[in-house]
Design a protein around this ligand. Structure first.
Ligand code: NAD
Ligand code: UGA
Length: 474
């Protein structure tokens, strides 16, 4: 088989950019990305794409209508395709067995059933969504139960490792591509077909092939290790604050050890995003199901440390503002879970906002890429007992940082957007109530310069000298 047509089910943060990149790098392949969400598909077909990802617009503009198509009409796309990616969401279950921990595979299963019912020829089905180890088994079972003469399926695991905000670079120059498949001649042939697609732009020595279960487990393990690094550095940041050590200096000192490496040692308000917590919870759940309670407890601690870091940061805001923030105006800079994305899933900013709102604060939020309606949706969802109108009375979303900070008692930086490093902080200080506080949850500002202006600055993993004003008050 030569792959001429690819179909991708799921036009989200993974399916959209991944398949746009395949279309861009493989002009000989026709790529159709499907989703059941009309609004999302309309946006993919418009000039304002549903996700903000630097570099993505240009790629979509070049390929859309040529060999890249976005549609809700799934059946013909599945029928025509030689290879089908399943890139649907696999959120944490919210009810039933494994509630709050296990991955919900209902969307993956419904894709398998759809493919089984529609396919009229041989297909390679590729599990791109992040799934628990051995998930491909259910896909294989559903598909094989529906195998008809001339309709044969091979199921591969090809997890995605891109990060939001750097997706285009990650897809262009991945550290590796991982493909798992059955250890049979048919499985090996299917792996070869997918290798051929990626080898349009990626060296073969960067394409790792394994058995299906190793591939599935490697994805969960990669996220668990990355999240563990953040919880580890955040744990040490607390020791720094208590002792006068500086976490940036510690991170540099340990990161130069080539066995440790410099990346992912940025202490922060805590990690967010749609995957780390979900995938860790899933690993914990799998370990428990395998009767490996020590393993489960080990990985659970990475999540617990992250929860502690978020609540510790929010608690520090209240404590420093003289233990009461009722009716105080607090400016939040950033709401996305990291810079260069408009994605707010599991953003630490949501957690911090909830904490501050529960303490009676009035929040004035600014984020360069998150829409106002998304901010209200997240806050109302996070505070289900609050009346939505009540939340709206306590929160105002601004279109620039200066208006958010005007008349505020404090600024809380939750996302490391570059523009927050180049603001005119003298102008901001002049417009704020005094004493003016700045809580830098991302360690991005020049703290000494802010102290000189008059701010009282608090950050992660470092004691900042107190502003002269507060020294007088002390
Ligand atoms: P997403 O929520 O952005 O997109 C998933 C899309 O699938 C949605 O648009 C939804 O409407 C669609 N969908 C769900 N069920 C469908 C069905 N039956 N038919 C058609 N469309 C359907 O999710 P995402 O962030 O793209 O993540 C997808 C998977 O990739 C998850 O398993 C995630 O863990 C994994 N992953 C995500 C990232 C990331 O950075 N977001 C990176 C690597 C891996
Ligand atoms: C992460 C992984 O990095 C990807 O490899 C993986 O494919 C993806 O999850 C996934 O499976 O979804 P992503 O969540 O998009 O990617 O973003 P990251 O850059 O990993 O950041 C996650 C969170 O950790 C963010 O809130 C970020 O601010 C925080 N972080 C990251 C830190 O606090 N410190 C760091 O040093 C790095």
């Amino acid at each position: 088989m030569v792959i001429k047509k690819i179909c991708c089910i799921g036009a989200g943060y993974v399916g959209g950019p991944t398949c746009s990149m395949i279309a861009y790098k493989c002009p000989d392949i026709q790529v159709t990305v499907c989703d059941r969400n009309d609004e999302r598909i309309d946006q993919w077909n418009s000039h304002k794409l549903p996700i903000y990802e630097p570099g993505l617009d240009d790629i979509v503009k070049e390929c859309r209508g040529r060999n890249l198509f976005f549609t809700t009409d799934m059946d013909p796309a599945i029928k025509e395709a030689d290879l089908i990616f399943i890139s649907v969401n696999t959120p944490t279950k919210t009810f039933g067995v494994g509630k709050g921990r296990a991955a919900d595979l209902k969307f993956v299963e419904s894709c398998a059933r759809k493919i089984a019912s529609v396919a009229n020829g041989p297909k390679i089905v590729v599990e791109k969504s992040t799934v628990p180890v051995r998930s491909a088994e259910s896909i294989i079972n559903i598909l094989k139960a529906n195998t008809r003469p001339g309709v044969e399926f091979q199921v591969l695991s090809n997890p995605e490792f891109l990060s939001e905000g750097t997706a285009i670079n990650d897809l262009t120059n991945p550290d590796r591509v991982l493909i798992g498949g059955e250890t049979t001649p048919e499985g090996a042939r299917a792996i070869e077909e997918l290798c051929w697609v990626y080898s349009h732009w990626i060296n073969r020595d960067r394409i790792i092939t394994t058995n299906t279960w190793s591939s599935e487990l490697s994805k969960l393990t990669a996220n668990a290790f990355l999240a563990q690094r953040i919880s580890s550095i955040n744990a040490i940041s607390m020791v720094c604050e208590a002792t006068g050590a500086d976490i940036t200096e510690v991170a540099k000192a340990i990161g130069t050890d080539s066995r440790i490496g410099p990346k992912f040692l940025q202490a922060s308000v805590g990690f967010g995003g749609s995957c780390f917590q979900k995938d860790l919870l899933n690993l914990v759940y799998i370990s428990e199901c395998l009767n490996l309670s020590e393993v489960a407890a080990y990985w659970q601690q990475v999540i617990d440390m992250n929860e502690y870091q978020k609540s510790r940061f929010a608690g520090k805001v209240v404590e420093r503002l003289f233990n009461t923030i009722t009716d105080k105006r607090i400016a939040m800079f950033g709401f996305a879970f990291k810079k260069n994305t408009g994605d707010t899933r599991e953003s630490p900013a949501i957690y911090v906002s909830k904490y501050l709102l529960e303490e009676g604060a009035k929040l004035h939020i600014y984020d360069p890429k998150v829409e106002e309606k998304q901010i209200f949706f997240d806050l109302v969802t996070m505070m289900p007992t609050e009346d939505p109108e009540g939340v709206k009375e306590l929160v105002k979303v601004h279109s620039d940082a200066y208006s958010a900070a005007k008349d505020a008692h404090a600024i809380v930086i939750c996302t490391e957007w570059d523009e927050f490093t180049t603001l005119d902080y003298q102008k901001i200080y002049d417009s704020m109530l005094k004493p003016a506080f700045l809580f830098d949850g991302r360690k991005i500002c020049d703290h000494e310069a802010l102290v000189k202006i008059g701010f009282h600055v608090e950050t992660i993993g470092k004691r900042v000298s107190r502003s002269p004003l507060l020294r007088v008050m002390a």
